[in-house]
Design a protein around this ligand. Structure first.
Ligand SMILES: [Zn+2]
Ligand SMILES: [Zn+2]
Length: 219
């Protein structure tokens, strides 16, 4: 009930279906029904709203993983919660806020921060579009387009699919007719490369960041 109440209070989001489940089956059963292993399951609207607002700490998933509630759930259910939170960077260490003097790019109709390993990256809504993201990653793989970093190779299969998606189209050139093409307009990038890309306005290009890496290797 607290998850429901918090969602309403913090985001103004009314998770009516979840509330119905609680009333019909009780809190534990309602929570369990949200944590079934399903291939290609998409996060709920409520969960994505929490992602958008950087409020995953009040998500059902975070509650399920927390002591003492985690004892009520199976390994499979806990795994679903963990992977969902992981995917949206919940477990990455909090970065220091970006200072005023540092460039942040692509501030348009969004104010979502994605935690990068070295910096915060302010992403636009095209980089958060779940369907476009999926299409991009399906095409290119969950491997950094710039440096070939692969979370699954580096940290193990539990971290597979942890990748940012960078939107190549300069925001200034986007008009009302613009429709995103996930393969043409998006590239999977690791958190580090993504932070570097957004370190300048306009963004560094993929080729420029690859050039920086090559130059460093050469020295
Ligand atoms: Zn990279
Ligand atoms: Zn980006």
């Amino acid at each position: 009930m607290a998850v429901y109440e918090n969602g309403k209070r913090v985001l103004g989001y009314n998770a009516t279906r979840f509330l119905q489940k609680i009333r019909a089956a009780g809190g534990v059963a309602a929570a369990k029904s949200c944590h079934k292993e399903k291939p290609n399951a998409k996060p709920t609207t409520g969960f994505l709203k929490l992602v958008d607002h950087g409020q995953l700490d009040i998500s059902l998933e975070a509650l399920v993983l927390r002591d003492p509630w985690n004892t009520l759930f199976t390994e499979s259910e806990l795994g679903v919660a963990r992977r969902r939170l992981e995917r949206y960077g919940y477990f990455l260490p909090a970065a220091e806020p970006v200072s005023r003097s540092e460039p942040v790019a692509e501030i348009v109709d969004s104010d979502t921060y994605v935690e990068g390993a070295v910096n915060k990256v302010l992403v636009n809504r095209y980089e958060r579009d779940e369907d476009a993201r999926e299409a991009c990653i399906t095409h290119y793989g969950a491997v950094c387009y710039v440096c070939k970093f692969d979370f699954a190779v580096a940290y193990g299969s539990a971290f597979e699919g942890m990748i940012h998606v960078h939107h190549l189209v300069p925001i200034a050139t986007i008009n009302a007719e613009y429709r995103i093409d996930p393969i043409a307009d998006l590239r999977p990038v690791c958190a580090n490369c993504h932070a570097v890309i957004h370190r300048r306005i306009p963004c560094y290009t993929i080729a420029e960041v690859q050039g920086l890496l090559t130059a460093q290797i050469a020295t």
